[in-house]
Unconditional design. Structure first.
Length: 128
């Protein structure tokens, strides 16, 4: 975890502005706050360090949860079948982007949407 967390923070600080700049521009036009769907493969306790690293990367670029960005977190609870449910829920919510990092979660998101951008936070590559 000590290697992954700094990498996520560093990469988040580079990529988050690229993801959110168009969303922020859109938000100014429609006066809505961009919403990021986060799909974690495990439960909230296990996912807490990754969640905090992501939030830190947002803060480093001036994004404050609940003010300038909304994070919609969903958890797979370690069950592959649950990932499909949470991905579908985020798609129904019409979030602006979906961030996830496990192969199973990426596959679940791909099965649910081809229109909402998705990103793998470990490699920061588009998944859709």
């Amino acid at each position: 975890m000590t290697i992954v967390r700094p990498k996520i923070i560093k990469v988040a600080s580079l990529v988050i502005p690229l993801l959110l700049t168009p969303l922020a521009a859109q938000a100014q036009k429609t006066s809505t706050v961009p919403r990021i769907g986060l799909v974690f493969g495990n439960n909230p306790a296990v996912s807490a360090p990754l969640n905090e690293a992501f939030k830190q990367g947002l803060r480093e670029h001036g994004y404050v949860e609940g003010q300038s960005v909304v994070l919609e977190r969903r958890y797979g609870e370690g069950r592959a079948e649950r990932l499909a449910e949470v991905a579908a829920e985020l798609v129904r919510m019409n979030v602006d982007v979906i961030v996830t990092g496990t192969d199973q979660a990426i596959a679940a998101v791909k099965r649910q949407t081809r229109t909402i951008p998705g990103v793998d936070p470990v490699w920061w590559t588009p998944i859709l």
